[in-house]
Design a protein around this ligand. Structure first.
Ligand code: CIR
Length: 259
């Protein structure tokens, strides 16, 4: 089951977090507040019984707190990505070293492929691979080949014409149980036709980037309708304030690499 995890890699935002990439106009993030939100995020992962591997912050790469984009980790296949934004390329070096230090063997996406982990949604061993402004077809095909060789199935989802989302997982999330959360503009996609869709109300799209971790679903705070939906389906939600990360285009999932 793709939501059963024992560990997670996290990395705090660095002093120049505000210098990272963003396409939204929500103002400059407050670092002290971001660090408090990050601490609560880590505590929530621990409440879900994950052991954390916390890497030092990296001022060379202001977006490096978004560790999810640097790797795709599955039980039988661990892939170091090649992030689509040039300023983020160097973030993979320490992730590769950290995984190697944990005795996790990796393969890598190679040029001309680009791929961000935020475009990859593991739905119980069936992987949706987003093709986006960051993940190109070559990267998507390299990842599909790695995953299929390891016995997983894959489907690509082109999101380049879907407005307002950076990554595929800005708009969908797997809850396990054959359920996929989806914003309206992705809910009807043919790749999702074999899954039960859990809809996110218009105006609550940011909440779609939730994460099932063992017995809980981590969800961004401030989206009451979606929290009610989760509760009605029997999930225990942990709501987390993500405001400072949202200012930098970051979703809840991207702050950790779970495995
Ligand atoms: C970026 O634009 O790359 C970062 N500022 C945000 C990345 C967020 N990653 C994610 O949602 N997986």
């Amino acid at each position: 089951m793709s939501f059963r995890f024992t560990r997670a890699i996290v990395r705090p935002p660095s002093s120049n977090f505000a210098d990272g990439l963003t396409s939204v106009s929500l103002g400059k993030p407050d670092l002290a507040r971001a660090l408090r939100q990050f601490a609560r995020y880590c505590a929530a992962l621990e409440r879900c019984r994950l052991q954390l591997v916390t890497l030092p912050d990296d001022p060379e790469h202001p977006d490096s707190t978004f560790v999810e984009d640097t790797a795709v980790l599955a039980a039988r296949c661990n892939v170091i990505t090649r992030p689509g934004a040039p300023s983020r390329g160097g973030e993979t070096t320490e992730i590769r070293e950290a995984l190697s230090g944990l005795d996790i063997n990796t393969v890598s996406i190679e040029t001309p492929g680009t791929l961000d982990g935020g475009d990859i949604c593991d739905a119980d061993g069936h992987f949706f691979i987003g093709v986006s402004q960051r993940t190109n077809w070559d990267g998507a095909q390299q990842l599909a080949a790695f995953l299929e060789k390891a016995g997983y199935s894959t489907a690509s989802v082109d999101i380049r014409d879907v407005p307002d989302i950076l990554h595929l997982k800005s708009g969908i999330a797997s809850l396990g149980d054959n359920r996929v959360v989806a914003i309206d503009s992705l809910a009807g996609h043919h790749a999702l036709k074999n899954h039960e869709i859990v809809h996110v109300s218009p105006g609550e799209e940011y909440a779609a980037n939730c994460v099932r971790v063992n017995d809980y679903v981590l969800v961004a705070a401030g989206f009451p309708s979606f929290e009610r939906t989760l509760k009605s389906l029997g999930y225990a939600a942990i709501a987390l304030d993500m405001s400072e990360f949202q200012k930098m285009d970051g979703g809840l999932s991207c702050l950790s690499l779970r495995f």
